[in-house]
Design a protein. Structure first.
Lengths: 252, 390, 214
């Protein structure tokens, strides 16, 4: 467990400080060989499925969480390695610190099999945010890869993955304040055809509507960080109300 | 894959702000959305009233004030007026709901009640005591309807409140429909359940093929000559079938090609080829629920033979000639006909039609007269038909 | 709680290889973002949407088939503020949850007459929340009144200057003291305490005593 003091840090500088790992691509060796011939020929698109695109009111650039003690737990599992969970926690720590929170991060705890609760913390702060990522579906679309090879990558080979980000927020007594599941989908289209078509079409699109380059990660980040900021703020407000409630209001 | 998050930028938080120059575009979009939403809202209103017809809230007709209709936030008040008008129209056409809308101007007006304790400013409907003092609708009921868009759902909420000082809510209901559910478009005076409306819709779709096969039974009768000296042909019974084509699903225009056969033992036989073009005259597209009336124009080529067909001769026949024809196989005659008529159809399944035929070959025949003469064209034959479409 | 479905769900079934709802050459990102989708395999999907999603062949198929069931929002984004959109998008679920909490935490009030007051920034949204909450209370079989408890203008002036933590209990006491609420009344207040939150809280005022529920 590491501990950070609150303070506004430069998100851009943090991004350049972290190296980009190679993406994990569970594709057949043949496809990898062909893809290597056109290494940049990949179009990755992101689609929010549920909850990730709900309206966000809170502005994450403002001090919404001033003097709020926050425990952040990023649980590793099949979808997130220990390193990835740690980097995600670092990012979110910066996000909440920029909003004025005092953040403690706990990384590396493993998601138990069968969806059981993770190990309890020895002590809790005002708010405890638990994040666990799950892969809900994965498809390799074998027919698309046959066409991909047969058309010399003009027809895209498609890989797709659906994921769920479970968010659980508790107060200092362990009382459940909020829980939600944010679901999304990432579709990767390999090949010269989709890459060229997307690149050309992006020239005619507005910046926010473009699909090429890293727009998928940017959009996913915007959605996820926005939703988490909103959820934590909502939890903070609910905790304030429940502190004034009589004991009957805390029997959930 | 979630590692994407870890390495993505935290930038790009600037929320899209509404600029002034976008206001006009926003208003246009609002109008467009309202157009799309109002059908779904009408559907919910129909469902609400249909529920009342099946299970009335009140056992006897009860006066009700339509206290308020609110619509999705962001769509303006135009759609509110449409929903309110539709609700009033559907209620008026369905008296079995036992809800009788009454006019109560004091109910919606702002009233001021000054008493020894306080001065209260409110709508009349929120202050029944003041309403009673104004001679308003004490003891009646107020109907509140709210329609709201909740994600992919359009939700209608309704409640009935008794206008007594305690304002108790006596009934409430919530209905929802999905954005992807097509509007059922029920007729307001023929409400039916959603499942029945859907079945009707599916039936209509199934019966909406561009090609149909008609089977027609027709009777042609021929007018007697005016001087009663000739002998008109006997009525002909035809059995016809063929194909009917419609260029569009609206079936505003249809055309048909049919062949017919006529046979009465020891009297006559006949063959006919016929083509018609029909035009819908009751609306721009055929109705799913009501009969449609078509006007048609067509032509036919007919050949008849047999002992009873001697009258299809231009010369005047006498008794000897008729007897001679009866002894032999009889004459064979071919002639053309122009048809004009009206066709009344129900659901494109059954129909009855009446037509007048002009037979140019027998314009001056002494064996048949003319039922009608218009613009110099005489109609010697009158046909009545019953058609079934498959 | 699921919304009551009074009409059959005519869903847009999107088969992979056919109409993929993800952004693409002919599918703008904005259109795709507006959809709320669920991914179903053939077995579960055919049970959930019989007749619309085909079950898998009895002996299995060569390719595993998935179906995306997507629903478009009733209103396009941008027609109302994010706060209004958030509160109204969850109107049914949030009000039913509040009423469930109130009814389960205060079963002793089952015989009371329930009144509803809503305190959120937007008056139209407040009216919607009040309507939905009253219907939810009626759905629980409770006795509900359309009556609005009243306060004198002087009371309102004082209360609006107080911080929220003090204003609601004080208002509750005044309601009871002025006779606007009687012993047989229970006032369920739906409150937004901060314009940045997308949830609403609930409190109950009974016999002049204010209690926050959630």
């Amino acid at each position: 467990m590491s501990c950070y003091r609150a303070g506004v840090r430069d998100a851009a500088s943090l991004e350049t400080a972290v190296p980009h790992p190679l993406p994990r691509l569970p594709v057949p060796a043949l496809v990898v060989g062909i893809a290597l011939a056109c290494p940049g020929c990949l179009v990755r698109v992101y689609q929010p499925l549920s909850a990730l695109h709900h309206p966000v009111v809170v502005d994450p650039q403002l001090p919404n969480l001033t003097d709020t003690d926050l425990d952040l737990r990023c649980l590793r599992g099949k979808l997130l390695s220990n390193h990835e969970a740690g980097v995600l926690c670092d990012k979110l720590s910066t996000l909440f610190e920029n909003q004025g929170a005092l953040v403690r991060t706990a990384r590396g705890a493993e998601v138990p099999e069968g969806g059981a609760a993770p190990p309890e913390l020895e002590s809790r702060t005002e708010l405890t945010v638990e994040l666990r990522a799950r892969e809900t579906d994965e498809s390799k679309h074998p027919l698309s890869w046959v066409l991909f090879v047969g058309t010399f990558t003009l027809v895209p080979g498609v890989l797709e993955q659906s994921f769920a980000q479970d968010v659980v927020i508790r107060d200092e007594s362990g009382f459940l304040l909020m829980s939600d599941t944010l679901e999304g989908r990432l579709v990767q289209r390999y090949g010269f055809g989709p890459w060229f078509g997307t690149t050309i079409l992006d020239l005619t699109r507005k910046k926010l509507d473009r699909l090429g380059k890293n727009s998928a990660s940017r959009d996913l980040s915007d959605d996820l960080y926005g939703q988490l900021s909103q959820q934590v703020f909502n939890a903070k407000m609910r905790a304030q109300v429940l502190r004034q409630a009589s004991p009957i209001g805390r029997t959930e | 894959m979630m590692a994407l998050l870890a390495f993505a930028s935290l930038e790009g938080w600037a929320a899209d702000t509404l600029r002034d120059v976008q206001q006009a575009e926003l208003d246009r979009v609002r109008a467009g959305v309202a157009d799309q939403v109002h059908l779904a809202a009408f559907d919910l209103v129909d469902e609400l009233v249909f529920g009342w017809t099946n299970a009335p809230v009140f056992e006897t007709p009860t006066p009700v004030v339509l206290a308020g209709v609110t619509v999705p936030v962001g769509l303006g008040t135009g759609i509110a007026a449409m929903v309110e008008n539709h609700l009033a129209a559907v209620l008026a056409k369905n008296p079995t709901t036992n809800l009788t809308l009454v006019h109560c101007p004091q109910c919606s007006a702002v009233v001021v009640h000054a008493g020894p304790e306080a001065t209260i400013v409110s709508r009349g409907i929120d202050d029944p005591a003041t309403l009673a003092a104004l001679g308003g609708a004490t003891g009646q009921h107020a109907l509140f309807v709210d329609v709201e868009a909740e994600g992919a759902w359009l939700v209608l909420r309704a409640r009935l409140t008794r206008l007594t000082p305690e304002l108790p809510i006596v009934w409430s209901h919530t209905l929802a429909t999905s954005a992807s559910a097509p509007a059922l478009l029920r007729a307001s005076d023929d409400l039916k359940s959603a499942s029945a409306a859907r079945q009707e819709y599916l039936d209509a779709l199934r019966g909406r093929g561009l090609v149909a096969v008609p089977l027609r039974v027709a009777i042609r009768s021929y007018d007697s000559p005016e001087d009663d000296q000739g002998v008109p042909p006997p009525p002909f019974l035809w059995l016809e079938s063929g194909v009917e084509l419609s260029p569009t699903d609206a079936r505003a225009w249809t055309s048909s090609l049919m062949v017919g056969y006529s046979f009465i033992p020891q009297a006559y036989q006949g063959l006919m080829g016929q083509a018609r073009i029909s035009r819908l005259v009751t609306g721009r597209s055929r109705s799913l629920t009501r009969p449609d009336l078509y006007a048609f124009f067509g032509g036919a080529v007919i050949t008849v033979w047999g002992p009873a067909t001697a009258s299809f001769q231009k010369p005047l026949l006498n008794a000897d000639e008729l007897l001679l024809a009866a002894d032999l196989e009889g004459p064979r005659t071919a002639f053309g006909a122009m048809q004009f008529g009206l066709d009344l159809r129900l659901g494109n399944r059954i129909g009855v039609s009446v037509c007048l035929e002009n037979l140019p070959d027998f314009a001056n025949s002494r064996n048949m007269g003319e039922y009608l003469r218009i613009l110099g064209i005489g109609f010697q034959s009158l046909g009545t038909e019953v058609t079934f479409w498959f | 709680m699921a919304l009551p479905l009074e009409s059959p769900p005519a869903i847009e079934v999107l088969f992979f290889g056919g109409r993929d709802p993800s952004p693409g050459p002919n599918r703008p990102k904005e259109w795709s973002r507006n959809l709320s989708c669920e991914r179903w395999d053939a077995v579960a999907g055919s049970h959930r949407y019989p007749g619309e999603i085909k079950p898998p062949p009895p002996r299995g198929g060569y390719v595993e088939r998935f179906t995306m069931v997507c629903r478009e929002p009733m209103l396009r984004p941008g027609l109302r503020s994010p706060l209004d959109g958030a509160l109204l998008g969850a109107l049914q679920t949030s009000t039913v949850a509040l009423v469930d909490a109130a009814a389960s935490l205060r079963p002793d009030l089952a015989g009371s007459t329930w009144l509803v007051e809503v305190f959120v920034p937007s008056p139209p949204v407040a009216a919607k929340l009040a309507f939905a909450t009253k219907n939810a209370l009626m759905g629980r079989g409770l006795s509900v009144s359309d009556r609005t408890p009243l306060l004198a203008a002087g009371d309102v002036e004082v209360l609006t200057r107080m911080p929220p933590d003090e204003a609601y209990p004080a208002a509750c006491a005044r309601y009871f003291a002025t006779g606007s609420l009687s012993n047989s009344d229970a006032l369920l207040a739906v409150v937004s305490r901060d314009p940045r939150e997308t949830i609403v809280h609930a409190g109950i005022c009974v016999a002049g005593t204010w209690t926050w529920l959630r």
